[in-house]
Each structure stands twice: as C-alpha cells, then as structure tokens.
Design a protein around this ligand. Sequence first.
Ligand code: AOS
Ligand code: ZN
Ligand code: ZN
Length: 382
Amino acid sequence: MDITSRLRAQHIETPSWAYGNSGTRFKVFAQQGVPRDPYEKLADAAQVHAFTGVAPTVALHIPWDRVDDYAELSAHARGLGIGIGAINSNVFQDDDYMLGSVTHPDPRVRRKATDHLLECVDIMDATGSDTLKLWFSDGLNYPGQDDIRARQDRLAEALAEVYGRLGEGQRFLLEYKLFEPAFYATDVPDWGTAYAHCVKLGPKAQVVVDTGHHAPGTNIEFIVAFLLREGKLGGFDFNSRFYADDDLMVGAADPFQLFRIMCEVVSGGGLEGGVAFMLDQCHNIEPKIPGQIRSVMNVQEATAKALLVDREALAAAQRSGDVLGANAVLMDAYNTDVRPLLAGLRAGMGLEADPMAAYARSGYFEKVAAERVGGTQAGWGA
Ligand code: AOS
Ligand code: ZN
Ligand code: ZN
C-alpha cells in the first residue's frame, strides 16, 4: 500500500467528553454551543469527521453518555456518518469508590464496580462497539492504608469476570496511570502491571497507552515497541503534557515524541494491526471542535512523517553502525513538511485542504451557539 492509502485508512477516534464543558479542579469554563446531551456530542464528532475524513468513530463514556436506548444512539450515529467506538467505563465518580472500586476492601463495592463494567459490555453489544476501555482510579494515598498484594488479587478477579463476559470480536483495553487521584500507590501504575494482567487473561485483553500517564522522561516509544512485539498494544489515548496528566491537544507539547511513537507503530506493524488511535483530551480553554480537528491533524502529520522514513536506508545505516546516518534518516522524515501531502490526500477524498479553515467557514459553530443553550459539563473538573 502506498503512503496515501495507508493514511487514508488510519482512523482516529475522538472522545465524547472532549465536546462538553471542561476545566480543572479550579474552574469549569462554560463555552457557547456545547452539546446538551449525547446526541449533540455525536453531531459535533461528526463535524470532525466531515472535515478530516479520518475520524469516523466516537468513544462513549458511561455514565456521562447514558441514554435509554443504546441501539438507537448507535443508529443515530450511523445517520450522522459515524459509529460508536470504545466504551469507557467509570468507576471513579461515586462516593462508594473513595477507597477504590474493583480493588476496594469491601466486597459490596467491588461487586457494584464489576457490575458496572459488565453493564458496559451490554452497551457494547447494543451499540456494536468492539472495545471496552478500563481505567481504574484505584490506589492508596498512604503507606499501610491497604494491602497492595490483596488489591492485585481483587483486580485480577474482577478483570477475569469481565473478560469472561466479552463476546466474539470484543476486547478490553486496560489503561495504566502512574498517579492521580491516588498519590502513594496506584493499582495499575504502569505498562508492566497492565501487561501482566492482560497476558494472564488472554488475547482479548490488551494494554492502552495514554501518552500523559508516565513519569517525566519516560521513553514511551520503547513501551510501544515492546507491547506491539508482544501483540499486546491495544491502542492509544493520545494527548500531550508538559507536567502531569495535562490532557492537552496531542502533538502540542512534543510533536517529536508523537513522531517517535508513530515510527514504532509503523515499524511494528501497528498501523494496520488493530491498534486503536483514540484521543483523550480535555479542551479547557480552546474551542472544542477545532481542538479536536487540530489534534486529528497532528496525529495524521506524525503518521505521515513516520511513513516517510526511508526504511531501507535506515536499516542499512543501522547494520553498518552508522550512528549519525541512521539518525539523519529519521530526522529527514521528521523535518519534511507533510502538509502538501495531506492536502493532496484530502483533495482525493473530496475534502478541503485545510480542515480548520473549512470548519470555521462552515457556520456550524454559529448555528449551534444559537441553538444550544446551557450545554453540559464533560463530566469532571467541577
Ligand atoms: C484518566 O486519567 C484516564 O486518562 C482515562 O482514560 C479516563 O477514563 C478518560 O480520560 C475519561 O474518563
Ligand atoms: Zn486516558
Ligand atoms: Zn488521563
């Protein structure tokens, strides 16, 4: 396949929660025209797809996107030209979960949390989604607060039950996060923990790499290369960070890191290998839809550059121990302006060359700003 077809085939999933109002623990900023319900979030996601052509699915978050009829929601999405992507569970926003969800010492709370995860699989059945994304806020703030090993046992038990409920063609992605909201010990703090649980469970359990969930300086592309090699890279939650889990637009803080990650994805066969390219961002101060469009374009640009790497020249330089030559091959690709290539790609898809400008001209924002009054909060940050 040539570069254009491979770029055309890459799908970047946007998250429903990026369209609602969001903020930090200090303030949620209300913006004009934000969605009032899940249906309007889908309509906004459809705009991102309409102008980029490569964002055909939207991730849901339960309960933020709770509706009575999920099959109908899915049909509504199809009517808008998009589909339902990953179902994101939420076992972190309930008073019961103060000391944990699936790792909580009280079996009643664990049951409640696991039942929610099972409900998410029901929603996958109804919407046709093939992916469940599991992130646990579970952890400890103080040494001695609970038994670290017992919590791993409880986690394994819950994961096994959910795994057993997955149907044909369904999988779950286990997300790790170094810290926050727990600050002493998180129950799934790193890729190794997530990987070990997933390996025990089997092929329907894979790891998701949220690019904001590591210690500063972590070599994320190494993790990507390793997981891909083991067949355990299920997908990404893309965003960028300067300090912690900043959830800024992907490619904004460190486009070179994004390129290095995509280089490993491409060389490890992940581009066409079932890896989900999802965004997990919070647009606090920037307009939501253009923020998503920009992010989709940033992922696409990094992918295009990774595809431009002259693999033969790189392999030759590596074989001969030509350190500077090998590095130059990568840098040549990174320093290439791929915007004309992507403009051509869009023209071939019947799209305008500049999705940002095309969206701004479309009048969609003015329309929804007039129609929608009292948009809802994304679900957190209050
Ligand atoms: C939290 O830090 C994570 O990034 C999760 O992916 C989270 O579930 C997601 O941001 C939406 O809930
Ligand atoms: Zn995430
Ligand atoms: Zn996060």
